[in-house]
Design a binder for this molecule. Structure first.
Ligand code: ADP
Ligand code: GLC
Length: 474
């Protein structure tokens, strides 16, 4: 089975969120189970050049906007599987990875370059595994080319939705400039008078997937479908949910180089060292008995920051400390700053992005909060489980798939989850988690259950293999 996985971001080359984690780890897991997987991703200004081997392709000659565009491609195996990075400074050397009005054009170009590269490599892949709206253009292009180009005749597409809220919308009038002039292509993109790359991916790909079982059901409803639920319902027979794994080579408290002390289920003493280190680092009182609640998040409405805002006072009244790592919308950044100013003995914040700090917070916290409004999968709750940190989550998407409500009688479960998007329901679960935290036996049991959970990629990779087989047989 030969698979070309295409993604706008992939760890360790680039990352703004979970897509990067997934696109970096999945091809590695696929390689391990014997799939001939190649990853194709852009080379950004932010990509560490140390990862790159020589430019293997100097003159990637891309058909672009009626002319030719010359790009390069670099090779690397830094993520554990063969990777090609498309080097086109005009499109990818920017201050940030996303956030430009012409993003649709940048990723349309990326898709064109990726397909050109695959063709140059010589052997057609059985599967193009495309991720999120950025790759909707590749889905549409394959759909078109398959009709007249024998190279692509047997290639099937799998389109994975990581977040339905971002759809890559742009003006329909731009389509012809991107070489999607046919009626068929236009119809694939057209949505309520504009063009949507996500819609094209969902409409023309051979198989569809999303990143948790629960989210596969949710995106078929108006509440979570962001205007495309009719299409996911229409194609429900082609859609499956595969819950993401996590990379235990990167997220493992026994070996994590970012921690001041490592620890395991058998010996948790290193976790206290991490907590102490974290409290000292942030100037919080070093009282190891006080519960420490962590949050690592893009500060957007998706992540339920509104519930944290509403619950903050009650959380502080419990005496627990709060630590937040994240950046994003101004109103949420201001909220965390004002909470910190209000209770500097209980609240610590780091506004920005820091990979080492993310590891330290997962390890040093006792409880991790993720009250998301919606969550296609979510990775931090799984990191928390692995690090012996109790997740308190809203029962949506992957959070519902991976967190099992604590059952005190049978000492089963690994965290806490609530359903209504209401601060009172959230606070109630925080109280329950604090209650367990205060009871040594229950704490040991809930941690054990969490740390022993198998959220490995190996598990998910075999499900992807089944999906690829299904697509290849179409
Ligand atoms: P999403 O992709 O929606 O942001 P996920 O939970 O799938 O949510 O993945 C988020 C990833 O980004 C995790 O690996 C998390 O640790 C990381 N992350 C989010 N914010 C930060 C930050 N401020 N600093 C470091 N890592 C972060
Ligand atoms: C998106 C989702 C997140 C998911 C990630 C990786 O960023 O918001 O829930 O874990 O993709 O699939």
């Amino acid at each position: 089975m030969r698979v070309a996985l295409i993604s706008a971001e992939a760890v360790p080359y680039s990352k703004t969120g979970g897509l990067g984690d997934v696109a970096g780890a999945l091809p590695k897991a696929l390689t391990r189970i014997g799939i001939d997987a190649v990853l194709i991703t852009p080379l950004y200004l932010q990509t560490k050049r140390g990862y790159l081997e020589t430019a293997v392709i100097d003159d990637l000659d891309i058909d672009w906007r009626g002319g030719r565009y010359k790009a390069k491609a670099f090779y690397s195996r830094a993520n554990g599987s063969p990777t090609f990075l498309i080097d086109a400074p005009e499109f990818f050397y920017r201050d940030s990875i996303y956030g430009y009005t012409e993003d649709y054009e940048r990723f349309a170009f990326f898709c064109r370059a990726a397909l050109t590269l695959v063709r140059l490599l010589g052997t057609p892949p059985e599967i193009l595994h495309l991720n999120d709206w950025h790759c909707g253009f590749a889905a549409a292009e394959l759909f078109e080319r398959r009709r007249y180009d024998p190279f692509w005749a047997k290639t099937r597409s799998v389109f994975s939705v990581h977040n339905m809220a971002y759809q890559g919308g742009f003006d329909l009038g731009e389509l012809w400039k991107l070489d999607f002039a046919s009626e068929r292509a236009r119809n694939a993109f057209a949505l309520n008078g504009y063009a949507s790359a996500m819609k094209a991916g969902l409409e023309v790909s051979d198989m569809l997937s999303t990143v948790s079982r629960r989210y596969a059901i949710e995106i078929q409803t108006p509440e979570y479908g962001y205007g495309l639920d009719w299409l996911t319902r229409l194609r429900a027979d082609r859609l499956i949910g595969i819950t993401n794994g996590i990379d235990y080579e990167v997220w493992n408290p026994e070996t994590d180089p970012e921690l001041p002390a490592n620890y395991s289920l058998a010996d948790l003493s290193g976790k206290s060292t991490c907590k102490q280190f974290l409290l000292e680092k942030f100037g919080l009182p070093v009282d190891l008995n006080l519960p420490l609640i962590g949050s690592i998040s893009r500060l957007t409405a998706q992540k339920g920051i509104d519930l944290i805002m509403q619950a903050a006072q009650e959380i502080l009244e419990t005496g627990a400390c709060l630590i937040s790592l994240g950046s994003g919308e101004k109103r949420y950044e201001e909220f965390w700053q004002s909470l910190r100013d209000y209770a500097p003995q209980q609240v610590a914040i780091y506004r920005g992005y820091s990979e080492p700090l993310a590891h330290l917070i997962e390890a040093g916290s006792d409880i991790f909060i993720m009250p998301s409004k919606f969550e296609p999968c979510g990775l931090n709750q799984m990191y928390s489980l692995r690090y012996g940190t109790i997740p308190v989550v809203r029962a949506v998407g992957g959070l519902d798939d991976t967190v099992e409500q604590w059952d005190a009688v049978n000492q089963k479960g690994n965290g806490f989850k609530f359903t209504p998007f209401e601060a009172s329901a959230f606070v109630e679960k925080i109280y329950e988690a604090l209650f367990v935290y205060a009871d040594t036996e229950s704490l040991a049991a809930i941690r054990k259950n969490g740390m022993a959970a198998d959220n490995s990629w190996e598990n998910a990779a075999t499900k992807y293999l089944d999906l690829y087989r299904k697509a290849a047989s179409l």
